[in-house]
Design a protein around this ligand. Structure first.
Ligand SMILES: NC(=O)c1ccc[n+]([C@@H]2O[C@H](COP(=O)([O-])OP(=O)(O)OC[C@H]3O[C@@H](n4cnc5c(N)ncnc54)[C@H](OP(=O)(O)O)[C@@H]3O)[C@@H](O)[C@H]2O)c1
Length: 286
């Protein structure tokens, strides 16, 4: 099997490259820009892969509100370019999407979203990714749309830090952190996401899948998990989202279940705290 990984130098991209090993051919943003339909087609036609894994995104959520044209070009039309080029050579496509396609439903929601729940995004990033999902499903019948959340991985991305690293750095420099308690999610280790994606591809699965580490927590609980596991002493101040003055609205609750995995005979991902421990150990922090 030959697999093209788009966005191969990103945090998920690097774990996909590791998971697929010699089967993977990586394309960095410099090698291939998903917004360039002709460039995408020419790269995919010359490689003739069996699967194309598209991790590319403009995912700085607040910046998407300022530049919706770039958000839609990368996250929706870019996704279509990749799905179409893959279809033209008979390849399957995996598109990585987000829990931020949810949030507009019930503000008091407290039970996890299933794959069958209708998306209702509340910011430009979520709207552009929901559009990308639809375009990918329409353009390539061999599609796997993977929604994940709160990604962190051992690879250094251009963003420069992961949430756990940011927390540890702030604790060391300031001695205290302020973290929101009113946004809940299912944070996910990219190494686990990459391995489970490989299992889906090997099964020739089709359709929409939620892939997150099991369980849910608020960002505050996630940060506390980091400090507990890493043995870092820090003063934690719980805050509310309306104290953060971010440009984009965030879902107050976007935890997801991974029920469709079981339907195709695959096991769920391990609990988020266990995965976080594995990440901290892989980073040499514990
Ligand atoms: N991060 C999260 O918490 C999160 C949560 C849920 C879903 N997701 C989704 O998961 C996927 C992977 O996220 P990640 O955290 O691994 O992001 P990442 O580390 O930023 O990796 C994305 C990669 O895509 C590249 N890229 C960006 N725009 C591109 C374009 N127009 N054409 C080609 N390549 C482009 C980036 O290159 P440059 O950095 O050089 O631009 C980067 O190498 C994304 O689709 C994202 O929407 C992420």
């Amino acid at each position: 099997m030959k697999v093209a990984v788009i966005g191969s130098t990103g945090q998920l991209g690097q774990d996909l490259m590791r998971a697929f090993g010699e089967e993977a051919v990586g394309f960095s943003h410099q090698d291939l820009d998903v917004t360039d339909g002709v460039g995408v087609a020419s790269r995919i036609y010359s490689l003739e892969p069996d699967w194309v894994l598209n991790t590319a995104a403009f995912h700085r959520v607040d910046d998407c509100e300022i530049n919706p044209a770039l958000a839609f070009a990368s996250n929706a039309l870019g996704a279509l370019n990749v799905a179409r080029a893959a279809a033209a050579v008979g390849a399957g496509v995996v598109f990585f999407s987000t829990d931020y396609v949810f949030g507009g439903q019930d503000r008091e929601r407290s039970h996890p979203y299933k794959e069958s729940d209708a998306p209702q995004p509340i910011n430009i990033y979520g709207i552009s990714k929901a559009a990308g999902e639809q375009l990918v499903m329409q353009a390539n019948e061999r599609h796997i749309v993977v929604r994940s959340a709160g990604l962190y991985g051992t690879a250094t991305s251009r963003k420069g830090w992961t949430f756990p690293e940011l927390m540890i750095n702030k604790a060391r420099t300031d001695g205290f952190v302020r973290v929101v308690t009113d946004q809940a999610l299912s944070p996910t280790f990219t190494a686990d996401l990459a391995r489970k994606t490989k299992e889906l591809v090997e099964k020739e699965a089709t359709g929409l899948f939620h892939l997150t580490n099991a369980g849910e927590c608020s960002w505050f609980e996630f940060a506390k998990g980091v400090f507990d596991l890493a043995g870092v002493e820090v003063k934690m101040e719980p805050i509310q989202t309306d104290q953060t003055q971010r440009r984009a609205r965030r879902p107050s609750y976007s935890a997801m279940t991974t029920a469709r995995l079981e339907e195709v005979g695959l096991s769920p991902l391990r609990p988020w705290k266990e995965a976080l421990g594995a990440y901290l150990s892989a980073k040499g922090i514990v």
